[in-house]
Write a protein that binds this ligand. Structure first.
Ligand SMILES: Cc1cc2nc3c(=O)[nH]c(=O)nc-3n(C[C@H](O)[C@H](O)[C@H](O)COP(=O)(O)OP(=O)(O)OC[C@H]3O[C@@H](n4cnc5c(N)ncnc54)[C@H](O)[C@@H]3O)c2cc1C
Length: 523
């Protein structure tokens, strides 16, 4: 019996590969779920069309996601913070200048994520011991079980579409106009190192096997009542029909030990605190970078040993478009990322950057309304002209994060500190400079004073505390995710990424987890 710890994207990708190779899998998981009343409400809405939804019920599901004039709010799902809940209690940590949050949810952060999906390019993972020839079949397997929306466009030159039958989504009028401008200047933007195209998303676009496809109800940012946005919890439900798969919730794993050819996994019951212990042939750690790092350091008795995590710097800025589509507020649309822009321009002295473009949504409208004060009557008109660019840098151009396990009496905690890195504001300024210089082509100006530079970790694209190496030393892992000194424990989440390129993290993490599961299932 192999044991997978965690039910997020990494855990399910690894478990799928293990099951495909005929192995028996026990998944141990903290497994917090959406509150019952909210889940019942979501079920009710999912049986009705949006025109039959009661405003107060929709209001409950949008609860607590109010934007302020300065800040995009923390993303919740169906008005609930369950993806983040109990983390302080079970994964003790002290943060200084960095924010790397763990999830103890069934499905991990895929319960609340933005579903943006791109693989990494070989050029961006030069420091990795494995490359895309080894990852390609696993990207394919993952894309096919998740379901993916993708277009055959210029992005494909750099990023293969691994899905066999990708779905398509209707782009909003606002994004269509912006894309039209980009396409009019396609050649000159290409010459400047730009590639762009429709966003690739892990989303069910069309009805399939009795499940509804996207109906453009604009609920994406609050949680899709029809379950169209990929959530690893759905894959757990599917795997539970396999006789070789067992899911055990309410388990908080604290420590691992190898003994006589077995892995002994220790922990406790999340609710009763009863001590628990499990035995496995191999253990696959997929608990997310913070819990995984804490469990490993504790298991190795490695206190006061600082480890360097890699983070992809996250930033947001609005673009004010010259044209304004008629009634963007009323248009039936999806509200996840509409377009991707990739810029690889050596003159910027940065590794390639990735930007996700979002169109009109209620949260943008609220932010604009609140920042206009007495002029708020202009808000609807302005909000329909605003696109939001959500950008990332390669981890080598971003600040690092130091993680150290410290003792405090008979307890311990993970100390998480931002490292001073390269001049991030200047680096992001170069990206904004690209947008400023090309504003006449884009028909849109970046609003520099409204740039939000997030703390290291806040973009949830962090990893690398136990980086994979061909010849690992202490606090590094081999190409099968085994930290130095371990032979049957594999780390399959972002903790083993040697670096974190700017494009989205989850798809490569899942492909790597699937690869490790596949290659070790029968050993
Ligand atoms: C708001 C938001 C938006 C995002 N958008 C995107 C996006 O668009 N694209 C993208 O690529 N990425 C995105 N991400 C990041 C993405 O969600 C994560 O990269 C991904 O979920 C990581 O998967 P994971 O399986 O490694 O860990 P997690 O998703 O963190 O899952 C961890 C799992 O381990 C379990 N667990 C944790 N500790 C323990 C323990 N001690 N014992 C037992 N079980 C434990 C948890 O219950 C959970 O099931 C986003 C994240 C957030 C929060």
């Amino acid at each position: 019996m192999h044991c997978v710890i965690g039910s997020g994207p990494a855990g399910v990708a690894c478990a799928k590969a293990l099951l495909a190779r005929g192995a028996r899998v026990l998944m141990l998981d903290a497994g917090i779920e959406l509150e019952t009343e909210r889940a019942q409400l979501v079920r009710k809405l999912s049986t009705l069309g949006p025109s039959a939804w009661l405003p107060e019920e929709v209001g409950t599901l949008k609860n607590a996601m109010e934007a302020s004039s300065k800040r995009i709010p923390q993303k919740l799902v169906f008005g609930s913070d369950f993806p983040y809940r109990e983390a302080d209690e079970h994964i003790p940590r002290r943060e200084s200048g960095a924010s790397v949050r763990p999830s103890l949810a069934l499905g991990g952060f895929s319960t609340v994520w933005g579903a943006a999906m791109l693989p990494y390019r070989d050029e961006d993972i030069r420091d990795w011991p494995i490359k895309n020839d080894a990852l390609a079949p696993h990207y394919r397997a993952v894309a096919n079980f998740m379901g993916m929306v993708a277009q055959r466009d210029d992005l494909e030159e750099w990023f293969p579409v691994y899905a066999d039958n990708p779905g398509t989504l209707r782009t909003s009028e606002q994004a269509k106009r912006f894309l039209y401008n980009l396409q009019r200047h396609r050649q000159s933007l290409r010459d400047s190192g730009w590639r762009f195209g429709r966003a690739r998303l892990a989303l069910r676009a069309a009805d399939s096997a009795g499940s509804k496809g996207c109906i453009y109800c604009k609920m994406c940012l609050y949680g899709c009542p029809y379950g169209c946005i990929y959530n690893a919890a759905g894959t757990v439900s599917e795997m539970r029909t396999d006789k070789n798969f067992t899911y055990q919730r309410d388990v908080v794993v604290t420590q691992l030990r190898e003994s006589s050819g077995k892995v002994i996994i220790s922990g406790y019951h999340r609710q009763t605190r009863e001590t628990l212990s499990f035995e496995a042939t191999r253990a696959y750690l997929a608990a997310g970078i913070v819990p995984t790092t804490q469990i490993l350091l504790r298991s190795q008795n490695s206190y006061d040993q600082p480890l360097r995590a890699r983070d992809s710097q996250y930033y947001i800025f609005p673009l004010l478009t010259l044209g304004r589509p008629r009634e963007a507020a009323e248009e039936a649309a999806y509200t996840l990322s509409q377009l991707f822009i990739e810029i690889s321009r050596p003159e910027m002295a940065l590794r390639p950057v990735h930007l996700q473009i979002y169109g009109y949504n209620e949260i943008i409208a609220q932010t604009v309304r609140k920042s206009l004060g007495p002029l708020k009557a202009l808000a609807p008109m302005l909000a329909e002209r605003i696109l939001i660019a959500q950008g990332y840098l390669h981890s080598n151009d971003s600040s690092g994060i130091e993680m150290t396990l410290r003792r405090s009496g008979d307890k311990d905690f993970l100390e998480i500190t931002a490292e001073t890195g390269p001049e991030i504001r200047r680096a992001v300024g170069r990206v904004m400079g690209e947008f400023r210089r090309n504003a006449h082509k884009l028909g849109a100006f970046p609003l520099a004073p409204m740039l939000q530079l997030m703390q290291p970790g806040a973009g949830f694209h962090s990893g690398g505390t136990f980086p994979m190496r061909t010849h690992p030393a202490e606090y590094e892992s081999d190409v099968l995710g085994r930290p130095y000194g371990w032979s049957q424990v594999h780390v399959v989440d972002a903790s083993v990424l040697p670096s974190v390129p700017a494009t989205t993290i989850t798809f490569p993490v899942m492909a790597n987890a699937h690869r490790i599961g596949w290659e070790t299932a029968n050993t």
